[in-house]
Design a protein around this ligand. Structure first.
Ligand SMILES: Nc1ncnc2c1ncn2[C@@H]1O[C@H](COP(=O)(O)OP(=O)(O)OP(=O)(O)O)[C@@H](O)[C@H]1O
Ligand SMILES: [Mg+2]
Length: 244
């Protein structure tokens, strides 16, 4: 697995939101993108996932240009995402949500007359994911009744249900309590053993904990790249975060 961004530019009106972005993510890496509010992190995330298109530059996945691929096509080749904002079907239980997500993996379309529950492969796989994401005790609970942190854990489960090669996470700890944050960091750490991860996050501490390589974005430009300990020491990064 290799993801490469080459000279990505994106403009909204007269504002350059992304300027000449270059980066690379290799197999089993956890790469973090940090930066202050409005730096362009979510825009970059959306360019990678295919929600929006860049104005120029290329995105390559395993050395193949995927500029023209839709969100669905990108997900089919192994790019899965979990959003900054909650995107669950609130009426569905944890089990139903995971089973529906798994059904995509096995290319089984939802059919009212043949409940997914009767498919052993999907049932087993959903239970395994529920365990992996720490939700095995909530299988019959509707998403709307889960605590916020657990909803975000379920979103991660849905993202990994289709067995992705690359997991895209936008602010996975946004709005979480310290306890919930700790829980989700542990979970992402666990997942990073199996998946390549690109994580966009405002909170530097979260990224220091998870990423092996970090890109710092400020006003649309990458101003620093390096291992967590070098980012931590960078005067430039400190300045940007303090808004100096
Ligand atoms: N659809 C849009 N139309 C116009 N401007 C936009 C749009 N989306 C984002 N922007 C602008 O682009 C800039 C970057 O926004 P983006 O959401 O990518 O920042 P961010 O780094 O994710 O910020 P945050 O930390 O607040 O999530 C901001 O100035 C924002 O106002
Ligand atoms: Mg954002």
């Amino acid at each position: 697995m290799k993801l490469e961004l080459k000279n990505i530019n994106k403009t909204y009106g007269s504002t350059k939101v992304l300027e000449n972005i270059n980066f690379q993510l290799n197999k089993k890496e956890c790469v973090g993108i940090i930066g202050p509010n409005g730096a362009g992190k979510s825009t970059l995330f959306k360019v990678v996932s295919g929600i929006i298109n860049q104005d120029s530059g290329s995105i390559e996945f395993n050395d193949k240009n995927i500029n023209s691929y839709s969100v669905e096509e990108r997900s089919r080749i192994g790019i899965a995402q979990s959003f900054q904002k909650n995107s669950l079907f609130l009426e569905m239980t944890v089990k139903e949500s995971l089973m529906l997500a798994c059904s995509h993996r096995y290319k089984i379309s939802f059919n009212l007359f043949k409940p997914l529950i009767n498919n052993k492969k999907i049932r087993d796989n959903s239970l395994k994911i529920a365990k992996d994401i720490g939700l095995e005790d909530y299988l019959e609970v509707k998403s709307e009744f889960l605590a916020y942190g657990l909803q975000r854990q379920l979103e991660l489960g849905i993202a990994i249900a289709c067995n992705p090669k690359l997991l895209l996470l936008d602010e996975p700890t946004a709005g979480m309590s310290p306890a919930e944050t700790k829980e989700i960091i542990n979970l992402i750490k666990k997942l990073s053993k199996y998946y390549s991860i690109l994580i966009v996050e405002h909170d530097m501490e979260v990224i220091y904990n998870l990423a092996n390589n970090i890109y710092v974005l400020d006003r649309g430009k990458i101003i620093f790249e390096g291992a967590p300990n070098t980012v931590k020491k960078s005067k430039l990064v400190q300045k940007v975060y303090l808004g100096l």
